[in-house]
Write a protein that binds this ligand. Sequence first.
Ligand code: FES
Ligand SMILES: [Fe+2]
Length: 307
Amino acid sequence: MAATWRQAKPGRIARALEVAQQQNSGGWFVAGASGDVGRTKSVARTIAGREIVFWRNRIGTLVAGPGACPHLGALLDNCAVLDGTLYCRWHGLALQESGDQTWSPYRGFDDGVLIWVGLPVQGEPATDRPSLPPRPPLADSVSAVMTELGSCEPQDVIANRLDPWHGAWFHPYSFSHLTVDDSASDEHTLAVDVTFRLSRTWGVPVRAEFSCPDARTIVMRITDGEGEGSVVETHATPLGVDEQGRPLTMVIEATIAHSDRTGFAVARWLAPLLRPSIRRTARRLWVDDLAYAERRYELRARGEFPG
Ligand code: FES
Ligand SMILES: [Fe+2]
């Protein structure tokens, strides 16, 4: 196998990251998968250091807001939801999606695969909706969401993906024959020819493009080859800090696989069987990639990051 460090130029990765960080996220954070929030119970998550509660209104639209009950502060997790109204577990205070003087909702959005919350963030002018990259039609795709926690900041996760050169060397079980097409790449888009290895001897050659629609998201889209139109959206959501004061970031990755092949219609029926294997593959990569991202953070925190 050929080493790739000569191609993986630190300055080029840093420039692409800088461009990515300038994309306005509009205060939007991915909080999990759409399926995490049902109609009858609320779910609380910590996002960007704030407790957030999610539930669904009467017609199933996502509601998001501060996760502490305005009465005596109970965490609004796992509360009963009836006809779109949430009832606090401690004393039954009822919260409506419109809120009142004591509790105001945040922006919430369910894009069909992922749930988002919009928070007031300095330097990120609020937008009505997250800037979603184009996806293949969900009805003709198989989607799966994987989450994995790391001790780093979102930028370390994005920087890892802005270095496609590590793919073939660091993940030989998943990638081979990886080259970046410089003539089709700039700081906004990286065009990569790569073979996804499905077994030791079998692989699928594709062309993929990486781009960052917002500062905490990097998307890989298959632009040619098997599965054209499929996307892998990697979202890096800051949660807060751990007991040692280190930042915690959740990688929430949505794979939306699509194919025009007739056999794929059958594959869609098998989606419940396919999802665990898509998640397994994504997780295996992120176990390695989070080690990369955590190391990058550690060096930055020590002021020792090269380049
Ligand atoms: S703390 Fe929620 S109703 Fe009392
Ligand atoms: Fe990787």
